[in-house]
Design a protein around this ligand. Structure first.
Ligand code: GLU
Ligand code: MG
Length: 458
């Protein structure tokens, strides 16, 4: 995010291009994720890679205003068709795509034509949030869990593409080659897969990956999803990452795991607080907990997101936290006695995969640091399904229902000075303009239509 050293970038990219060429690469796909959570791309031939690294690749400012349906919202900060930004690949993240011969991939950071960081750049914001954390003496490890539903490629309404019960070995057996191809492709791309399994919903699978530094975690979320999409197609399947494939049933989550560290020390373990939390970790988690309504505008940013957020669906819809509680939006994972120092982390369950992972990272770090600044604590942990308590019991425990619509989350986000401050006025405004445009688009639309419209967008 520092000033671009164009000569150094060109030299380094030139050397990298030589290595990529030797591995059979002749094209590099450059991606960014837009404010609607869609990964968009421009590709350059390998011969142009060094120039792209030094000077960037042109991209319209209007990309900031793209809705999920490719409609461009006329936002306050829009220049319309005018203006140009430069996409600069992160040379440390260049990856040869193992399932797409001849291709490599790199995430980009956006700059303007003067070489200054673009104020609406999502990945740049995540880098900035990580730097803020570092200024305070902390680092963070994050990972995104991916859940998806597959269908037969030629008949998208046919979940018979996958058969067998939830978590069923039969489901795995039937798709053993498919799952193996996902894992081996990701492994060849340097992504550490930790687990893959058939999930609860019909036709659903889940992949978890190793925690990494915040921006890398978001990059991996982009790369892993695209890899799953491609490998699915190569196996005659279609992958849907939508929060709610159909109006009934369990949805696809995009849970985020986060731990905060001081040097080698995981602050989520070995402390004097409940379940071994240190006071810093409790404050960090408290900062996230109190901002969950606002955070949903980033982590559950679509109208369809709210069809997933129902009680008893393991998505977490009451504003509380608990130890290993899969019905609270914040699930503290302690790990097993003996490995808690490394394993303990906080899982944010109420987010989904229509979210931009870079914005999610930035928002969680800002909310957590806000909690540290505010010396936020945590209320009593919840050790039951909040959905089975009476309304009076929930009220007594402060277990407020999280927003049930995108409109409510937008209002909460706009009222949160920490989040809007961290995002900057320009980005915060554009994001909420896009959310409002989507709300308007879907006004009066049935759940069935919403789920069908959103099935293949993300
Ligand atoms: N699929 C559930 C969701 O919508 C989560 C299931 C789980 O806890 O892994 O978030
Ligand atoms: Mg799961």
């Amino acid at each position: 995010m520092s000033q671009l050293d164009r000569a150094a970038l060109s030299a380094r990219a030139g050397q990298l291009a030589g290595e990529l060429g030797a591995r059979g690469v002749d094209l590099v796909a450059l991606t960014f994720v837009d404010n609607s959570g869609i990964a968009r791309t421009k590709a350059v031939p390998l011969a142009r890679f060094a120039a792209a690294a030094a000077w960037g690749v042109g991209a319209s400012n209007s990309f900031d205003f793209f809705g999920f349906n490719d409609e461009i919202v006329p936002g306050e900060h829009s220049l319309g068709p005018v203006g140009d930004l430069r996409l600069h690949p992160d040379l440390d993240a260049v990856t040869v795509l193992a399932a797409q011969p001849g291709w490599a991939w790199a995430p980009v950071t956006k700059y303007d034509q003067e070489g200054a960081p673009h104020p609406q750049d999502q990945r740049g914001l995540a880098l900035k949030a990580t730097a803020r954390l570092a200024e305070r003496g902390y680092t963070a490890l994050l990972s995104f869990e991916l859940e998806w539903v597959v269908t037969a490629e030629d008949s998208p309404d046919d979940l018979g593409g996958v058969r067998g019960p939830a978590y069923g070995f039969a489901r795995l057996s039937r798709h053993a080659a498919y799952l193996r191809a996902i894992v081996s492709t990701l492994d060849a791309q340097g992504v550490g897969v930790e687990q893959i399994h058939p999930e609860y919903a019909a036709g659903q699978f889940e992949l978890s990956v190793a925690a990494a530094d915040p921006v890398r975690a978001a990059d991996v979320a982009v790369l892993a999803r695209e890899t799953i999409r491609v490998v699915s197609e190569q196996h005659g399947l279609r992958a849907s990452f939508t929060p709610k494939f159909a109006p009934s049933g369990v949805g696809n989550g995009g849970h985020v795991h986060v731990s905060v560290w001081e040097g080698e020390r995981n602050l989520f373990a070995g402390g004097d607080g409940p379940f071994g939390l240190t006071s810093a970790a409790a404050a960090f988690a408290g900062g996230i907990l109190r901002r969950l309504p606002a955070l949903l505008a980033i982590g559950a940013p679509s109208v369809v997101s709210y069809l997933r957020l129902e009680p008893h669906h393991w998505a977490g819809v009451y504003q509380g936290w608990g130890l290993e509680n899969r019905e609270t939006p914040l699930r503290l994972i302690r790990g097993v006695a003996g490995n808690r120092d490394t394993a303990a982390n906080l899982e944010v369950k109420c987010f989904d995969l229509t979210a931009n992972p870079y914005l999610v990272v930035a928002a969680l770090l800002a909310a957590g640091l806000g909690g540290v600044d505010e010396r936020a604590g945590l209320p009593e942990p919840v050790d039951v399904d909040p959905g089975v308590l009476t309304e009076a019991e929930r009220q007594a425990r402060g277990l407020t229902r999280l927003p049930q619509s995108l409109t409510e989350s937008v209002v909460a986000f706009e009222a949160d000075a920490v989040l809007t401050g961290a995002f900057g006025a320009e980005l915060a405004t554009t994001l909420m303009e896009l959310r409002r445009a989507e709300i308007e688009l879907f006004a009066g639309t049935s759940a069935k239509e919403i789920t069908e419209t959103m099935r293949w967008t993300h």
